[in-house]
Every structure is written in structure tokens, then in C-alpha cells.
Design a protein around this ligand. Sequence first.
Ligand code: SAH
Length: 233
Amino acid sequence: MWRADVFTLFPEMFPGPLGISLAGDALQRGLWQLAAHDIRDQGIGRHRTVDDTPSGGGPGMVMRADVLAASLDASLQKDDPRLRLVMSPRGKPLTQARARSLAAAQGIVVVCGRFEGIDERVIVARGLEEVSIGDYVLSGGELAAMVLIDACVRLLPGVMGKEASGQDESFEDGLLEYPHYTKPRTFEGHDIPSVLLSGDHAKVEAWRRAEALRITQERRPELLKASKEAKKS
Ligand code: SAH
């Protein structure tokens, strides 16, 4: 079963939003597993210290390599085949394609940073791969880990209502999604586009495709360029 093991200084933040709605129902139905490990369990001394001042000076604190390594080693099997990820604004940006490939694996191990970050040596020594959720800085890796896990979990078999409902979403074919409508037929003087009420599936498909192209061209032209280049190669 797909399983996420999260290493954090704030295990009480989990499952948090992952315990609700789509991901939470799936968790309850046993479609995936979540474990949050408290890095502080391996903290040093009476105060269970997990951080110290940055070598070379500068503001803030850095998470200790020995403490994080001990935490990982205490809770993971040596032959655990899962990728070990660490949330970091320096990492490779998360994409829908990455979420799909992680969802297809047996699960993930995710380390959440706090303070200024994590001693580089443990990132290297435990083969942690840095993953970013975007070009901005959060105060900790927990929300980022939840974003990553949520993106994976909704793609697991059986989690979404219809097996197909992940297929025509934003990014799946290099396009942003077409606009959605539902009842009432008229809202504040605005009607649902008539093609959607025509019952002509081919016309609906064509309209949705055109709208997806238009919206992607307007908002994210670089996605179109990237998908054209991907098709060429
Ligand atoms: N000093 C670091 C930022 C530390 S923020 C730097 O300048 O790169 C504290 C922690 O929050 C990080 O260790 C990381 O785990 C998490 N974090 C912050 N922004 C993130 C982002 N965009 N993506 C993923 N994790 C992030």
C-alpha cells in the first residue's frame, strides 16, 4: 500500500488537512498510510536539542545532521525502496508529472525543514532529494509536504470517484483546464454556454479543447510551448 513517512518537528500537524475530504476518506478506507515521526525524539540531551547556530555565522538556526540522521535511521528499514525527499525552496519544482510518478511508486519519505534549513551533510549522507512547491519561502516544510502528499494521494487507484477524473485535469496534457458550469442555467444574467446543453458530445469536446487552449495561451503560454516541444521529440 502507498505509504508516506513524514519526519517533522511538528508531528501534531498531521494528518491535519490530509485527514479530511478526498485524502482523509481514502486514509480511512485504507487506500494509503501516513506516519508522522517526531525528529525531536532523537534530540540531544535533556532539552532534546535538534538545532544549532549556523557554522560561519549568520541569523537563525540550522537543523543538526546527526539528529535528523538518527531519526531517519530509527524509523526506516535499510532496504526501504522509497525515494527520500526533503522539502526545500532550493529543490526541483513539483509538477503534476512528478506527482504521477511518485503516486505510481510504493510511497515516499518526506523530511520537513524548519528554521534556516538542514545541515547539508545529512542531505548528502541519507540521499535526500530536495523538492520545492514553488518560488516562495514558507516557515516550514510541513505545509509543503502536505501539498506534495495530497497531489500524490488523489492520483492513487480508487481515491477519486471516477477512475478517469484525473485524466483531463490541468497540466495532464500540457494544458490548463476548460471552465466548468453547473446549475442554475442562468446566474445573475449569465447563461451556461449553449454548446454544453446541446447534448452533442463531439461539440462539447471540441469546445472544451478550444477553451483549454485559449486559457493556457492567455495565462501560461510557456506550457503550450513546452508541450509542443515535448511532442516534437
Ligand atoms: N533558508 C532557506 C529557507 C528556510 S524555510 C532558504 O533560503 O532556502 C524553512 C523550511 O521550510 C525549509 O527547510 C523547507 O523545508 C521549507 N520550505 C520553505 N519554502 C519551501 C518551498 N517553497 N518548497 C518546499 N519547502 C519549503
